[in-house]
Design a binder for this molecule. Structure first.
Ligand code: 3PG
Ligand code: MG
Length: 405
């Protein structure tokens, strides 16, 4: 794993700490619908407060395209943020740089917290502009990055800024990197990757990378249909990418060459429409009717993936295994989620999962707390699984200015 400083390696007492958070949380009608990212950030803020830092929280929110836009203000996040840190006051700066930000920061006492307005209200953020990074750096003395879920963005508050100030990873960033490293860099074997979702085309790099890393690869979701088709199966009216046949075949060949055992569905739950509660049929995978769609993995496949879970010591999971958001096609994913929870709780499996749909599926199965680690990241988790260097992680590992005393 790349080396980086953590909160234990820096002296923050009395200092202004610029904390890059990811407060890009789902909001509906002004209310946060899932506060997980805020809750997972809170321990870092608490640790900084306890150590007497002046904490300046900065984040992006949505995609306002470089201009102030009230629809993307961070103001509605003040209360949720306060709730996550035991009701403490949070000062707010209506701009993340310049005089307004400086005024709010200057008023902070050790142990107090301020939140800066959306970083993406300035073009310089997404452009990774050195000038914008310098304007941010003026506000603080130390940089702490706790935004693993935004680490795939080479933006000013993530990349350029990390090189201007002494930097360290926050507790959430540290936990995310430790979990992913444990799962893919020095794992207990055999390692199983469970990959689902709609399309092979969006996960080609991920599949290629994982095949070189894991011993077992179980594939579900509509992307399995594309692979089944490449193996010469008929998939009826199922969602699949007919033009991806060659790439799908290459994936299967690569897996054989690398001794990675691929588990594809053996049976399926089919229906003629993707409608909640519609009549379904259970069929073997070589008997999918031409007028029907595969919408979930079948009982045999659930058992087969279950047996693979019994064998595996480490699991990486991304993507639901069926049309999860439309019951009853959530059954396969829920059954596997429960099994993953059980194996992990029994001490037999180290399990790491990530991605928006996957996290929703785990929550629906009620097993979020049972896994070894559930990432807060979507895109960044996927890019990590593609073996890519994440700019936010690289910036923390690079030799920036020293930490001083
Ligand atoms: C996310 O939620 O994926 C991160 O906060 C990054 O947001 P973005 O996809 O708008 O860059
Ligand atoms: Mg995203």
């Amino acid at each position: 794993m790349a080396t980086f400083r953590t909160l234990d390696d820096i002296e923050v007492r009395g200092r202004r700490v610029l904390l890059r958070a990811d407060l890009n949380v789902p909001v509906k009608d002004g209310a946060v619908t899932d506060a997980t990212r805020i809750e997972r950030l809170a321990p870092t803020i608490e640790a900084l407060i306890d150590r007497g830092a002046k904490v300046i929280v900065m984040s992006h929110f949505g995609r306002p395209r470089g201009k102030p836009d009230p629809a993307f203000s961070l103001q509605p996040l003040i209360m949720p943020l306060r709730r996550a840190i035991a009701g403490r006051e949070v000062a707010f700066a209506a701009d993340c740089i310049g005089d307004e930000a400086k005024r709010v920061v200057a008023a902070l006492q050790p142990g107090q917290v301020a939140l800066l307005e959306n970083l993406r209200f300035h073009e310089g953020e997404e452009a990774n502009s050195p000038d914008f990074a310098r304007a941010l750096a003026e506000l603080g003395e130390i940089y702490v990055d706790d935004a693993f879920s935004a680490a795939h963005r080479a933006h000013a508050s993530i990349a350029a800024l990390a090189r201007l100030l002494p930097s360290a990873a926050g507790k959430l960033m540290e936990a995310e990197l430790k979990a992913l490293t444990a799962a893919l860099e020095s794992p207990m074997r055999p390692v199983l990757a469970l990959v689902g979702g709609a399309k092979v085309s969006t996960k080609l790099d991920l599949l290629r990378f994982l095949i070189g890393k894991v011993d077992l690869l179980a594939i579900g979701g509509a992307m399995a249909n594309t692979l089944l088709l490449a193996e010469g199966r008929e998939v009826g009216r199922s969602i699949c990418e007919r033009d991806m046949g060659e790439s799908a075949q290459q994936i299967l060949v690569l897996a054989r060459q690398r001794n990675c055992r691929v588990v594809l569905p053996e049976d399926a739950v089919v229906a003629d429409q993707l409608t909640p509660g519609i009549a379904t049929r259970a069929v073997a995978i070589d008997a999918v009717p031409s007028n029907m769609m595969i919408l979930d993995i079948g009982a045999e496949t659930i058992a087969r993936i279950g047996a693979t879970l019994d064998e595996a010591r480490t699991l990486v999971w991304n993507g639901p295994l069926g049309a999860f958001e439309t019951p009853p096609f959530d059954r396969g994913t829920l059954a596997i989620a429960k099994k993953v929870g059980e194996r992990t709780q029994a001490g037999k499996l180290l399990s790491v999962a990530g991605g928006g749909d996957t996290v929703a599926a785990l929550a629906a199965a009620g097993v979020t707390e049972e896994l070894s680690y559930v990432s807060t990241a979507g895109g960044a988790f996927l890019e990590w699984l593609e073996g890519r260097e994440l700019p936010g992680v690289a910036a923390l590992s690079a030799d920036g200015p020293g930490v001083g005393g």
